[in-house]
Write a protein that binds this ligand. Structure first.
Ligand code: GDP
Length: 305
């Protein structure tokens, strides 16, 4: 992810560095190129405008142009603006500060609701989170599939649970998602699980039935985290999906998958501003250990690296 964007921004900055002293016109030209690079990376237009305006405001001050290394100053300002767009630095518009990773600070069993469209990587991510919680955080984890749409889905989660070394809720045919969720919570309370991961059914596109089902499961289980899984490769669609889910059912965080692919990265840069929800985790491969916390500063570093 971000390869093309990174290449283009570095080209802009190399040219700036070679100039030594910078005029306002040089900075304007660089900003024009930054704008094009962000648009080509599929960053949402309002986010592009916001980033470019902020960089302009902060770099037109005479201190930047007269400083010893003006190009370096401009790069630092762009870096800071990218960090902010990614949800870091100052608290977001909702006043919430970005905290990487999951927040599981609640009385056990803590429920994590996994939401997303079919194929986004929801079930794989459920397995990844289970593995991490078991091995890194020493939690007793129960995985439960509420997907009664695809017969193979419950078996897929059972297989992933085995790979992650955690328990999966025994499959009972004929139960509704709400019945399975209630059973999972009951087992978790009775058998003293720390965390229950509820993997809901996906659909090919957002529809009313999906939203109503997710909303009902959420109301019944009161999850501490409602994680929306989106595929970075789907670009602006991922952002639109997140906006709809957040408006309709409310999400506490986004997991962006397939960042190991050649996604342009615009979705990651647009997500916080457009949807209001923070990216918390990244899926960076098919294997169960390919899960990373989302650190806005490190991601900005990767883009400008
Ligand atoms: P679901 O329908 O949302 O539950 O999606 P799955 O978890 O079944 O994932 C669909 C496909 O995407 C599977 O082949 C996964 O191995 C693959 N996948 C999931 N996450 C990632 C990721 O972060 N990177 C890559 N390259 N593939 C992934």
């Amino acid at each position: 992810m971000f390869e093309a964007l990174s290449g283009k921004l570095n080209g802009v900055f190399d040219r700036l560095r070679r100039r030594g002293a910078l005029s306002e016109a040089d900075v304007s030209e660089a900003l024009r190129e930054v704008r094009i690079a962000l648009l080509e990376a599929d960053v949402a237009l309002p986010v592009v405008k916001d980033i470019v305006n902020k960089v302009r405001e902060r770099s037109v001050g005479q201190e930047v142009i007269r400083s010893v290394s003006p190009a370096q100053q401009v790069i630092k300002i762009v870096n800071d603006c990218l960090v902010e767009a990614l949800g870091g630095g100052a608290p977001g518009t909702d006043g919430v500060e970005h905290v990487p990773g999951l927040s599981l600070n609640a009385a056990p069993p803590v429920a994590i609701l996994m939401i997303g469209l079919q194929g986004s990587g929801k079930t794989t991510t459920s397995g990844k989170i289970a593995l991490r919680l078991r091995t890194r955080d020493r939690k007793k984890v129960l995985l439960a599939s509420l997907d009664v749409q695809r017969p193979a889905a419950q078996l897929q989660l059972e297989t992933l649970a085995k790979q992650a070394g955690v328990t999966s809720l025994p499959i009972v045919k004929g139960q509704s998602p709400l019945e399975i969720a209630a059973r999972a919570m009951q087992v978790a309370r009775g058998e003293l699980y720390d965390v229950v991961i509820l993997d809901t059914a996906g659909r090919l596109s957002i529809d009313e039935e999906l939203m109503a089902e997710v909303a009902a499961v959420k109301a019944a289980t009161k999850p501490h985290e409602s994680l929306l899984v989106v595929d970075a490769m789907t670009g602006q669609d991922a952002v639109n999906t997140a906006r709809s889910f957040n408006e309709r059912v409310g999400v506490t965080g986004i997991v962006m998958t397939r960042v190991d692919g050649d996604a342009r990265g615009g979705a990651a840069l647009s997500m916080r501003a457009v949807t209001g929800a923070p990216i918390k985790l990244l899926g960076a491969g098919e294997k169960l250990d390919a899960l990373e916390d989302f650190h806005p500063d490190r991601i900005a570093g990767r883009i400008l690296g």
